[in-house]
Design a protein around this ligand. Structure first.
Ligand SMILES: Cc1cc2nc3c(=O)[nH]c(=O)nc-3n(C[C@H](O)[C@H](O)[C@H](O)COP(=O)(O)OP(=O)(O)OC[C@H]3O[C@@H](n4cnc5c(N)ncnc54)[C@H](O)[C@@H]3O)c2cc1C
Ligand code: SF4
Length: 331
């Protein structure tokens, strides 16, 4: 049986108290605990105290700030709430879909959007028991000095496996980070780094308090595609978020701007260069083909998660193309 290590707990009731509690040495934030607790059982971290966000009201809102043209979601909101919210479903369908595809209903009831944004990277060689890892001598991320995915590599390429991160990035979301020095806002696209050991640019003691999504002013079409082996519980093996700004109506609508973001490659979500989509008619079969090719050409998969990298790369093409076809049909 895998046991939790011994740690203290704190349950502050305001954001100010939360920031103060996070200043203690050895403090680690816990939200739903659905990723953190398995990682603690696997001996990946040893916090002295877990600081819970559960009782902090300031992190529990879903606010449509029409003056600022922004949807603001407190990071304590659960994925079930986001998936079930009718207005989010109508105005940001790719986000509602991604939230509803995470894990299983029980996990989504506990799991928060803040935990999904700050989810640790994953790798088939590290998300294992300590006993399993010791048999291969650990790795750069856990007490060893080699990477088993890129044997001559000097940095960790564990995969960013969150379902919502590619979607939020494709929607141009911003994060409100609150810490000892107050609040700073930054684009999600700038929040992640390529280092699988410390893959966010979160500063010491900082909490992601809010995710803010710009409300589009023109017609958009957004979609999320996820491939997993089982229909439930599984992390994505292929993860594609796309967001198109359109001009014109019906079958004549053309693409003005396209943002496509891939997850589960390495530690950072990848924004594709998608300029060649500009000016294409959205409903043309060629458009779906081009999207599939862009995903394949720029999506360099690695053997960091289950399934052979070459196969996952081919699936990027299939799922990219299919996602556009589904979007066109649904309009
Ligand atoms: C069986 C199983 C299947 C899963 N499948 C999926 C899946 O398909 N897709 C997917 O995306 N995830 C999956 N997960 C992972 C996890 O359930 C989700 O990513 C979830 O959203 C994590 O949220 P949480 O609130 O439980 O985070 P926690 O586990 O509490 O925290 C995760 C990390 O984020 C940090 N954190 C939490 N909140 C904040 C905040 N506000 N500011 C700064 N840091 C913060 C914590 O310190 C911790 O390091 C799965 C987990 C399990 C156990
Ligand atoms: S990518 Fe390499 S260093 Fe990182 S967790 Fe996997 S095996 Fe370890």
């Amino acid at each position: 049986m895998l046991r939790l290590p011994i740690f203290g707990t704190k349950s502050p009731t305001s954001l100010e108290e939360l920031v103060a509690a996070m200043a203690q040495p050895g403090a680690h934030l816990v939200a739903g605990g659905t990723d953190l607790l398995p990682n603690l059982k696997h001996g990946l971290y040893e916090p002295k105290v877990l600081v819970s966000i559960d009782r902090v009201e300031e992190l529990q809102h879903i606010t449509w700030d029409e003056d600022a043209s922004m949807l603001r979601i407190g990071t304590g909101v659960t994925l079930s709430q986001i998936a079930a919210d009718n207005e989010i479903g109508a105005r940001f369908p790719s986000l509602a879909k991604a939230a509803g595809l995470v894990a299983s209903p029980l996990i989504r009831n506990m799991a928060t959007i803040g935990g999904n944004i700050n989810l640790d990277t994953r790798c088939r060689y590290v998300n294992q028991s300590e006993f399993w890892r010791s048999a291969i001598g650990g790795c750069l991320k856990s007490g060893g000095d080699v990477c088993h995915v890129v044997p001559k590599g000097r940095s960790c390429v564990a995969a960013m496996s969150s379902d919502c991160v590619p979607v939020l990035t494709s929607l141009g979301a911003q994060l409100g980070q609150v810490g000892p020095n107050g609040r700073r806002d930054l684009a999600m696209a700038d929040y992640y780094s390529s280092d699988g050991i410390a893959h966010t640019r979160r500063e010491a003691g900082e909490i992601t308090a809010e995710v803010c999504i710009p409300i589009p002013t023109r017609d958009t079409a957004a979609q999320y595609a996820k491939w997993t082996v089982r229909k439930s519980i599984d992390f994505p093996l292929v993860s594609i978020a796309m967001n198109f700004e359109l001009s014109g109506s019906g079958h004549d609508a053309t693409i003005v701007a396209a943002t496509i973001c891939l997850g589960v490659l390495a530690a950072r979500p990848k924004l594709l260069r998608a300029d060649k989509l500009k000016g294409l008619r959205f409903s043309d079969a060629e458009t779906a083909e081009v999207v599939g090719e862009l995903c394949y050409a720029q999506g360099k998969t690695l053997d960091n998660v289950p399934y052979e990298a070459g196969y996952r790369r081919s699936m990027l093409r299939v799922f990219g193309k299919r996602a556009v076809g589904q979007l066109v049909k649904s309009r």
